[in-house]
Design a protein around this ligand. Structure first.
Ligand code: NDP
Length: 517
């Protein structure tokens, strides 16, 4: 739903209708904010941010913990909102908020440590008389631009880490799912926190205006939009972090626990109807177990229940988020079938509204769109390979490099294969597992992105600029050896000094503490 052209908007530029993906009914209308409004909000946030930075990490952590408690108290209502605008099954609508709560707990606990000033040891003679400090100061305003597939988890995790780092945050959620993001804003206001967090609703033009005004962009979405944003950020000389699409491979080795591999791959491919950046979108299976794997996977997928369960936890798969997304996935299926693939489940378009049946595809090859392009839908294309080397080679052929899974009982072999894969994360005998650890980075290689979210200290420091500060350790002389005037005698001394500095100067020589808190 890229909306960089307002003309494509059927509702004009004043409001956006938020639709139920399942029923097509209007759930709410939200403002389609124009660039001038976005600029004004950023100006206000910039004003407020100074004080937010000044109160320090411990006080900021206190506010974020209050937000966490407010969110947890509102869990059911927020799951209702999230489910209504995304079409997810209840079980999946309920797992997003606890993830954000955990992110708050972890980063609030470590914020003071991760953002602490660092005392730097002298690397040579010239810096020996200095007290040297590296400090981390936040970008004033971070723009978070988020997609529709995880309306709470993605914007929530990005916003809370940037806030903890001391930045003010302007969040622009997808026009498809803005209501959940507005709950975050409601919570922030209701706890009475400083006015350093705002949500701006709107289309792609609104998103562009965010990029035009903020000091750092944290974007999640398509590679196409991510690239356009990166270009603009380069023009503006501001940093960005992009979490983009993927075409995640699963490699199933002959020694795999097939029960686990089948269940894990079914879930990893079909979670959120396949609308996850880390969805398994290609499966490479070693020849000796290929047929058995396929048969068991077909049984597993055929048994899944699809529908609209509201609060009852009675279905496994929900709807696609938009008709446009359903059409992309259906096209990939149709093109594969036209080119000779077979659908062992789902497949044909007996149009069922927003729902697309999970589709296991065999007899596919690497030229088909279902194997090359990001499908973002409930498809599982399976390829038979001779051995692990062939699987790795074919897995690495993709332009994407987000994550991958390797299914084997041999952990050491799985980890060796992980090191050969050109992706940002590999889960051995599991899927998505890296996302459940706040200390691990989540970021894509190649066309899957630039930078990473979470990942321990880096998850906060990415929203800060490093500043180097030097000051005399003892009262300095009125001159320094490198200063004017120059002359032959002084040149000899300086040459000697620089040679000594270059060869013998070291931190250990001066035995100074590396770090102070
Ligand atoms: P987009 O990349 O277009 O949208 C992501 C976010 O960027 C939304 O908030 C969107 O707003 C906003 N946006 C759109 N245009 C601009 C712009 N020019 N400047 C700034 N922000 C902008 O994703 P789509 O919704 O179009 O989905 C298309 C494809 O992207 C999917 O089929 C899927 O393959 C992939 N995708 C990947 C995701 C991931 O998690 N990696 C998530 C979502 C999609 P708005 O929604 O209002 O247009």
């Amino acid at each position: 739903m890229s909306g960089s052209d307002t003309a494509q908007h059927p509702f004009g530029t004043g409001e956006i209708e938020v639709l139920s993906p399942i029923h097509g009914t209007v759930l709410a209308k939200v403002p389609n904010e124009r660039p001038e409004a976005v600029a004004a909000i950023v100006r206000e946030l910039r004003e407020q941010q100074r004080e937010w930075e000044a109160i320090g990490s411990a006080a900021r952590a206190g506010w974020l913990r209050e937000l966490r408690d407010w969110l947890l108290a509102q869990q059911d209502r927020i799951a209702d909102v999230l489910q209504s605008e995304s079409g997810k099954p209840r079980a999946e609508a309920e797992i997003e908020l606890p993830f954000v709560a955990e992110a708050i707990s972890y980063f609030a606990r470590h914020a003071t440590e991760f953002l602490a000033d660092e005392r730097i040891r002298p690397s040579g003679l010239l810096s020996a008389p200095k007290r040297m400090t590296r400090i981390h100061r936040p970008y004033p305003v971070v723009g978070v631009i988020s997609p529709w597939n995880f309306p709470m988890l993605i914007p929530g995790a990005d916003a809370v880490t940037a806030l903890l780092a001391g930045a003010a945050v302007l969040l622009k959620p997808s026009e498809v799912t803005p209501l959940t993001a507005l709950e975050l804003q409601r919570g922030w206001r209701e706890i009475g926190a400083p006015a350093v967090f705002a949500v701006v609703t709107g289309d792609g033009v609104t998103g562009s205006a965010v990029v035009e005004n903020v000091d750092y962009v944290q974007f999640t979405g398509s590679t196409r939009t991510g690239q356009a944003i990166a270009h603009r950020c380069v023009d503006r000389m501001i940093p960005y972090s992009l979490e983009l699409g993927g075409k995640d491979p699963a490699i199933v080795l002959a020694d795999a626990d097939l029960d686990r591999a089948v269940r894990g791959i079914a879930w990893g491919a079909l979670l959120n109807s396949g609308q996850a950046c880390v969805s398994i979108e290609r499966v490479y299976v070693e020849a000796p177990i290929h047929d058995e794997f396929v048969a068991r996977l077909v049984d597993q997928v055929a048994a899944l229940r699809q529908g609209d369960d509201r609060v009852h936890h009675t279905v496994d798969l929900g709807a696609m988020a938009t008709p446009a997304q359903r059409a992309i996935a259906q096209r990939h299926i149709d093109e594969a079938l036209d080119a000779g693939a077979r659908a062992l489940t789902g497949g044909d378009d007996g149009y069922n509204g927003a729902f697309l049946a999970p589709t296991v595809l065999v007899d596919v090859d690497d030229t088909m769109s279902c194997m090359r392009e990001e499908t973002f839908g409930p498809t599982i294309p399976i390829v038979k390979v001779a051995d692990a080397d062939e699987a790795v080679r074919r897995a690495n052929q993709s332009g994407y490099g987000l994550s991958a899974s390797v299914w084997t009982r041999d952990r050491a072999r799985g980890e060796r294969i992980a090191r050969a894969l050109e992706v940002g994360a590999v889960n051995v005998d599991d899927v998505v597992a890296n996302l459940f650890e706040m200390g691990l980075p989540h970021g894509g290689w190649k066309r899957s992105g630039s930078g990473a979210r979470l990942g321990g200290a880096a998850g906060l420091r990415k929203y800060t600029r490093q500043q180097a500060i030097t000051a005399p350790r003892v009262r300095p002389l009125p001159w320094e050896p490198l200063w004017y005037p120059y002359g032959p005698r002084k040149a000899r001394v300086v040459r000697w000094l620089l040679a000594v500095a270059a060869t013998v100067g070291s931190a250990s020589m001066w035995r100074l503490p590396a770090r102070t808190r």
